[in-house]
Design a binder for this molecule. Sequence first.
Ligand SMILES: Cc1cc2nc3c(=O)[nH]c(=O)nc-3n(C[C@H](O)[C@H](O)[C@H](O)COP(=O)(O)O)c2cc1C
Length: 180
Amino acid sequence: MELEFLEKARRELINGYVKKRHPFRYFTLATIEDGKPRQRTVVLRKIVDDFVLLVYTDERSQKVADIANNPNVNALFYHPKQLLQIRIDAKAEIITDADQLKRYWQNIPENSRKDYITVDSPGTTISNSDQVHYDLENSYFTAIRIIPKTLEYLQLKRPNHLRIKFEYNADGWKGEFLVP
Ligand SMILES: Cc1cc2nc3c(=O)[nH]c(=O)nc-3n(C[C@H](O)[C@H](O)[C@H](O)COP(=O)(O)O)c2cc1C
């Protein structure tokens, strides 16, 4: 019974990167920076394996440093029409396999590659917004794998809201209903 909602979550997450304008295309990723939460919006690129989320980023970004220091992350998705929230508690890994990164890089359209080739690191202070220069020789592209430990499904509806906590262990996913 619970698992049918896990499959619904999986379908919606896949829709996030397959369907145009689906709200799960973007999600909020929280990391821990010096013991404090830090959140940002990122694009869901793909779901690989069993609910592993894939994100592209600049290897010099703060989120990469945060994950290297503390791999615990949290991912939050919200679908406003369905009033559906999915919260994923996970461990993150920075992908270091050069062949794999090359495959992802080759699929990024030319004009989107700019996001990963600025001369100065993301977050560097500049005198005005034109002072962004691109390094055509180097790429700082990397990718993050977000590997879930728990996934919480919350759908607001009448007469009762629906809240289910799924946990991943050696036997796969197991879910239990919670008071919303
Ligand atoms: C709609 C939207 C999508 C974004 N997608 C990404 C993304 O996929 N990867 C990324 O690194 N930053 C993305 N960003 C920028 C991040 O929100 C953030 O500002 C940036 O990565 C720096 O974060 P950090 O300093 O905490 O690492 C996106 C921002 C917006 C507004």
